[in-house]
Design a protein around this ligand. Structure first.
Ligand code: COA
Ligand code: AMP
Length: 635
């Protein structure tokens, strides 16, 4: 039997042999002779002369193997009270027809299509239809406000936009059409056509450039899979960086398919025919990799869940889905379990459920706190695997390889680097500290297949964001350490990215929005620890001279602006007004210093701060009961 250790060592010592072998697990149109090479920008790339099609591998391939009548996708939607099943054949036929619709709207290989949809089958169909004809999709999370959608439209410059008449949050119907219209009005790029899924909960009025999904599908001519180079882009997924402008992470076709196929077996232990459920959103990388592509590439049934872990209808929803669909492998963010545990601490709602098919639980997206980890282990009696990755990598950098050689787990750790990822800890001056000592978590180049080759339209930003801090290494933005047994511990971001309920946000972006309030002279946004959401953003504001506004009004107005310009999911609810912000002599706000105060760490005032009394004031505000740890104290 292959051991984790031998696979890991081979992947680093002889990456070409290792990944050539893994590449055999997918059905190429042309098997790549070149495994690892460099493109004309000097970038590493995988399988450069291979030809394939990701949608073919996800659907047609399984039908060719005689699995057309097996279930590929289950849409389980407690918010609409419906459950629907799609066989591989039905899903392929719908994807092929929708690919024909895109063709008829002038979408060709390399064109972009923005997808702004709730968790409905059309989101998966739209993604795979793009993949079928070589168009590049860019899915935008449905919780993003119009302005955020507009920014992504301007960057990706799509020919077509796919949306729905509404999304449903618990019992609230959220009309999408006004948001989309506003985004299109803000954006300077002109989108030629919009295709809209009309939902019965709220029917949208269509404009001249709008098409009703059902109507265009009725007359569609199915389109075949096109042959693509492995290095052709499959999608762009925007993620928060340190500045206000999100980064368009690009994913290629070939490396992505090989890496996901490998991860499904080696990490998740998934076999063809298994049922795999990732309770996330198609708008995030987890949704791309493990709701849509990974499970389908591996011939599994995937579940698209349109609901929440609580109140849809109660905190037993997850257990109901696990039982009803005989889920084998389940993956979600720890924040979801914190929400369940809060409502059902004793796990009463799990009792009596028949979960004998359930093998392993995987969590990722943020740190798992020890009480939640322990609660899950005790309650579920299956292995609970915390694993660490990010939008940039597309699959797990560190995990427990449950499919090849399960290792003992260690609470608080994300286990071991996965084959292909040569993870190191480096100090600021590029030294490797010893076991237990924290530093930047980096990955020695080349990154394995599946990881981003560039940032859409801005290769310099790719180099600046990831490759310049430690030459020869990819900078993950996370801090952490290895223990003496080689287990990795991730301690959190070292940059201005925060993680709110498993949602990645940039404090820089929040600051731009908060500073747009007319009373605000300057502001800093930092993430503070929160019992339920992991982290929560808090604004520290300096007001303009002579402004006359009460703190309550200010708070309500700033909160409303953030909800309007970014989205409610940012959970921006509290702010602190101060008389000065701590700055360096050159005028840079000392966010890290404030973050340390907020973390309640033992903080020594740096000599560069001009007025230490300000820090005391902020410290008092931040850690006093008035602000406290604030998840209950909504305004
Ligand atoms: N569309 C519109 N609004 C949305 C939204 C969406 N897709 N998602 C969240 N919101 C809104 C919520 O309705 C809520 O609004 P409110 O302030 O008016 O009540 C607000 O944003 C806060 O949302 P959130 O913090 O997400 O809380 P929640 O109760 O809606 O959901 C979880 C809790 C745990 C289910 C959710 O945060 C979650 O699924 N997190 C995991 C994210 C993830 O999958 N990350 C990937 C790593 S696995
Ligand atoms: P995203 O790109 O949205 O998937 O967010 C990636 C970031 O989430 C990482 O850089 C980490 O900061 C954090 N993260 C993801 N998984 C974990 C984990 N298992 N433990 C700790 N942090 C995590």
């Amino acid at each position: 039997m292959e051991t984790y250790r031998s696979a890991f060592l081979q992947s680093l010592e002889n990456p070409e042999d290792f990944w050539r072998e893994q590449a055999r697990s997918i059905d190429w149109f042309k098997f790549p002779e070149t495994v690892l090479s460099r493109d004309d920008r000097g970038n590493h790339c995988w399988f450069a002369d291979g030809e394939m099609n990701t949608a073919y591998l996800a659907l047609d391939y399984h039908i060719d193997q005689g699995r057309g009548d097996d279930i590929a996708l289950i849409h389980d939607s407690p918010v609409t009270g419906t459950i629907s099943h799609f066989t591989f054949s039905r899903l392929r036929d719908e994807v092929a027809r929708f690919a024909g619709v895109l063709r008829s709207l002038g979408v060709h290989k390399g064109d972009r299509v923005v997808i702004y949809l709730p968790m409905i089958p059309e989101a998966v169909i739209g993604m795979l239809a793009c993949a079928r004809i070589g168009a590049i999709h860019s899915v935008v999370f449905g919780g993003f406000a119009a302005k955020e959608l507009a920014g992504r439209i301007d960057d990706a410059k799509p020919r077509v936009l796919l949306t729905a008449s509404c999304g449903i949050e618990f019992t609230t119907v959220i009309p999408y059409k006004p948001l989309v219209d506003e985004a299109l009005a803000i954006a300077s790029h002109q989108v030629e056509n919009c295709v809209i899924v009309q939902r019965p909960q709220c029917v949208a009025e269509l404009g001249l450039a709008d098409h009703d999904w059902r109507q265009v599908m009725a007359g569609a001519v199915p389109a075949d899979c096109v042959k693509l180079a492995a290095t052709d882009p499959l999608y762009i997924l925007y993620t928060s960086g340190t500045t206000g402008k999100p980064k368009g992470v690009v994913r290629d076709n070939g490396g992505h398919a090989v890496a996901l196929r490998y991860s499904m077996e080696a990490i998740y232990g998934a076999r063809s025919g298994d049922t795999f459920w990732a309770a996330s959103d198609v708008g995030w990388v987890v949704g791309h990799s493990y709701i849509v592509y990974g499970p389908l590439l591996a011939g599994c049934t995937t579940i698209l869940f349109e609901g929440k872990p609580v109140r849809t209808p109660d905190a037993g929803t997850f257990w109901r889905v696990l039982e009803d669909h005989r889920v084998n492998i389940f993956f979600t963010a720890p924040t979801a379990f914190r929400a369940i545990r809060k409502e059902d601490p004793e796990g009463e709602l799990l009792k009596g459920r028949e979960l004998s098919d359930f093998r392993t639980l995987f969590v990722a997206g943020e740190r798992t706190d020890l009480p939640t980890y322990q609660w899950l282990c005790d309650l579920l009696q299956v292995p609970v695997v915390d694993h660490w990755w990010q939008t940039e990598t597309g699959w797990a950098i560190a995990a427990n390889p449950m499919g090849i050689d399960p290792q003992k787990s260690k609470a608080g750790s994300v286990s071991l680097p996965m084959p292909g990822f040569d993870v190191r800890i480096l100090s600021e001056n590029h030294q490797q500290p010893g076991p237990g000592e924290e530093g930047d978590v980096v990955v020695r180049l080349p990154l394995p297949p599946g990881c981003l080759p560039t940032v859409w339209g801005d290769h310099d930003r790719y180099l600046d964001s990831y490759l310049t801090q430690h030459p020869g290494f990819f900078h993950t933005g996370d801090g952490g350490y290895f223990d003496q047994d080689g287990y990795l511990f991730i301690m959190g971001r070292t940059d201005d990215v925060i993680n709110v309920a498993g949602h990645r946000l940039s404090t820089g972006e929040l600051e731009e929005v908060v500073a747009s309030h007319p009373a605000v002279a300057e502001c800093a946004v930092i993430g503070i620890e929160d019992r339920d959401k992991g982290q929560i953003p808090i604004g520290i504001l300096l007001l303009k001279d002579g402004v006359n506004i009460t703190k309550n009004t200010l708070q309500q107005e700033v909160v409303a602006i953030v909800r309007r310009d970014i989205g409610a999911f940012a959970n921006f609810k509290r702010l602190v007004v101060v008389s000065r912000l701590p700055k360096t002599r050159s005028g840079k706000i000392l966010r890290q210093a404030m973050r340390k105060i907020a973390d309640g760490m033992n903080f020594e005032i740096p000599a560069t701060i001009d007025d230490p009394a300000i820090l005391d004031e902020i410290r008092d505000e931040l850690i006093s009961d008035k602000i406290g740890f604030i998840s209950e104290s909504k305004i």
